[in-house]
Unconditional design. Structure first.
Length: 94
């Protein structure tokens, strides 16, 4: 039984070591995503804005802003506001 436990621990240690780089990349991606979302939310503190307005203000590609806004809207953190020309304005949910 003890021998089996030790071999399991060694196998996990080897697995963790082999995935270290992948885990580090995933952590960095999550950190970057959280920073980008924070920028978007901070930009919307001053009022509702369209995707191009947000993208221009925070210097981020509009396609990426749209992806984040869609996710934030899906989870109820943002809401659609009035439509301006061809674009909806987005605001923080209350």
């Amino acid at each position: 039984m003890t021998e089996n436990k030790n071999s399991d621990k060694e196998a996990l240690k080897i697995l963790r070591e082999s995935r270290r780089e992948t885990i580090a990349k995933a952590r960095q991606a999550i950190k970057t995503q959280n920073q980008d979302i924070k920028k978007i939310r901070n930009e919307l503190q001053s009022g509702s804005k369209t995707i191009p307005e947000i993208a221009g203000a925070i210097q981020m590609p509009p396609a990426l802003v749209l992806r984040y806004v869609a996710g934030l809207k899906k989870y109820g953190l943002l809401v659609e506001d009035v439509k301006e020309d061809d674009y909806f304005k987005y605001a923080l949910a209350k």
